[in-house]
Design a protein around this ligand. Structure first.
Ligand code: NAP
Length: 464
């Protein structure tokens, strides 16, 4: 796919960017490798200063950075500003805590002194990162900030519909004081992954995206015996128990399903409501969704953005038709959406047959699956009847009960009384077909380091 910006609200084809050639990619790897040799010797202070500077620059020019996102992939300007801020927070988190989180761990081993056996965290080299368009900066920083803290260098392939956001991020890193080659944005084709992961100087890959992309990249990584981490799709369960504050839960569901136009891996895609409060919840939910206002994403009064592209809107409409063919009840909610722009009018799916394709599908837009559960046990069963296991939520006024339900959900993250959240200091990742590996905190920091043992032995000691 060619790298190009098309404004999803106006439909204007703004700019195209040439795809990188094999020679250009080789040149980028050579430069990154040379930079790695220097960067791996830099002090934690130098790395932290760079990350803090990037955070400061983002905050100073937040409106500029936000507008790039809104024009390129259509998100609401308020959500774009929030993304710029959380990106700054992640940079800052690693600037403040990176060195301490990477400190050697001393192991108490039989026959050794307290500090004789150390587990140190050495950088590995060039890490290839493949990222999606739905949060063009936030997805990049989630891998870049920890990798740079480690002493690694980054080769980025960003989604082809957000080339300007990727270029902005590279420019940000350079302005923050990164040496050339520390962070390199390349407009690589899908096929280029063979060349990149086949190169011995590239030591691993972190991908965020769909199951198909994940399976393809992980297979290439495996063939080359390289480590991969995968942050893939999700169909988060949003469980409402009989003792929940139903009106508040419905308000959270409206937001959890529709922010970023529903294009979030951890959107509240499957609402699972116990029978005794189902009707009350549905009434509130319908009303909330009907109140969304579709329009210009630059207008602060707009609450429902267009999708990232017309192709995405068309693909979602096809998925809804497939659901209808399976016997699912399809209801559109709210006023008609504008003709101009890649809008999708909110859709509610009910009567979804167990084990159907619809129940297994990730709808990446304002389409809600709603399930009626007999009771708590049934809600957990429905929640777990998904190929995905990314996030999830439980709504209840009894926190201990909600925590117990959360523990029974087969997923990577569960939030109680809110949709799955985004924070710089809470780890992120899933299980099942949502992928493997974790991002953020020390977990993300240690995905691509060599946790090396350095043991000081007694020269006169015995070996066996
Ligand atoms: P996508 O089509 O898989 O694209 C993601 C990235 O992978 C893009 O850079 C894309 O490049 C690249 N790609 C796709 N197929 C590839 C291949 N065969 N070889 C090499 N690169 C390939 O996903 P998307 O539509 O952009 O994003 C939506 C998906 O991402 C959803 O499933 C969503 O749930 C998931 N997601 C997961 C997380 C998480 O943290 N778990 C976060 C956000 C999104 P091109 O643009 O050039 O095709």
């Amino acid at each position: 796919m060619a790298y190009a910006t098309t404004n999803p609200y106006t439909g204007e084809a703004v700019k195209e960017f040439p795809t990188a050639t094999a020679e250009q990619i080789d040149g980028a790897i050579e430069k990154a490798d040379a930079t790695f040799r220097q960067w791996r010797t830099t002090s934690p202070r130098r790395r932290a200063d760079l990350l803090q500077k990037a955070a400061d620059l983002l905050r100073t020019d937040h409106r500029h950075y936000a507008e790039v996102l809104t024009r390129e992939m259509g998100k609401l300007i308020s959500e774009a500003e929030a993304e710029v801020e959380v990106t700054a927070q992640i940079f800052e988190y690693y600037a403040r805590h990176g060195a301490q989180l990477l400190a050697p761990r001393y192991i108490k081993a039989e026959g050794y002194g307290d500090t004789d056996v150390a587990l140190v965290n050495d950088p590995m080299g060039i890490i290839y990162t493949v990222e999606p368009w739905n949060f063009p900066y936030y997805q990049i920083v989630r891998t870049t900030a920890p990798l740079v803290t480690d002493g690694n260098v980054v080769l980025l392939k960003q989604a082809s519909i957000v080339p300007q956001a990727a270029a902005e991020f590279q420019d940000l890193m350079l302005r923050a004081g990164a040496p050339e080659g520390l962070f390199t944005n390349i407009y690589a084709s899908h096929d280029a992954s063979e060349q990149i992961l086949g190169d011995p100087r590239v030591r691993g890959v972190a991908l965020t995206g769909s199951e198909g992309a994940g399976a393809s990249i992980a297979a290439i990584a495996a063939k080359n015996l390289k480590k991969s981490t995968l942050e893939l799709g999700g169909s988060d369960a949003f469980v409402v128990l009989d003792d929940a504050d139903v009106a508040k839960a419905a308000d959270w569901a409206v937001l959890g399903r529709h922010w970023n136009a529903g294009q979030v891996c951890t959107s509240s895609k499957r609402l699972i409501v116990v029978d005794s409060v189902y009707d009350e919840f549905l009434e509130h939910y319908r009303k909330g969704v009907a109140g969304l206002v579709a329009g210009d994403p630059m207008d602060p009064a707009t609450t429902l953005a267009p999708l990232s592209s017309q192709q995405a809107a068309d693909a979602l409409a096809e998925q809804v038709e497939a659901a209808r063919d399976e016997g699912v009840t399809v209801e559109t909610i709210g006023a008609p959406v504008p003709e101009q722009g890649a809008f999708v009018r909110p859709v509610l799916l009910t009567d979804i047959p167990e084990g159907s394709e619809t129940a297994r599908t990730e709808f990446f837009g304002p389409v809600t699956q709603l399930y009626r559960a007999a009771d708590e046990e049934d809600a957990v069963r429905i929640a777990n009847a998904s190929p995905f296991g990314l996030g999830g939520s439980v709504f209840s006024s009894d926190i201990a009960r909600a925590q117990d339900v959360a523990r029974r959900m087969d997923t990577g993250m569960v939030f109680i009384n809110q949709p799955t959240g985004v924070a710089p200091d809470i780890p992120f990742g899933g299980v099942k077909r949502s992928g493997y590996g974790r991002e953020l905190l020390d977990l993300g920091l240690k995905e691509f380091v060599n946790q090396k043992v350095v043991a000081v032995a007694d020269i006169d000691g015995s070996f066996f």
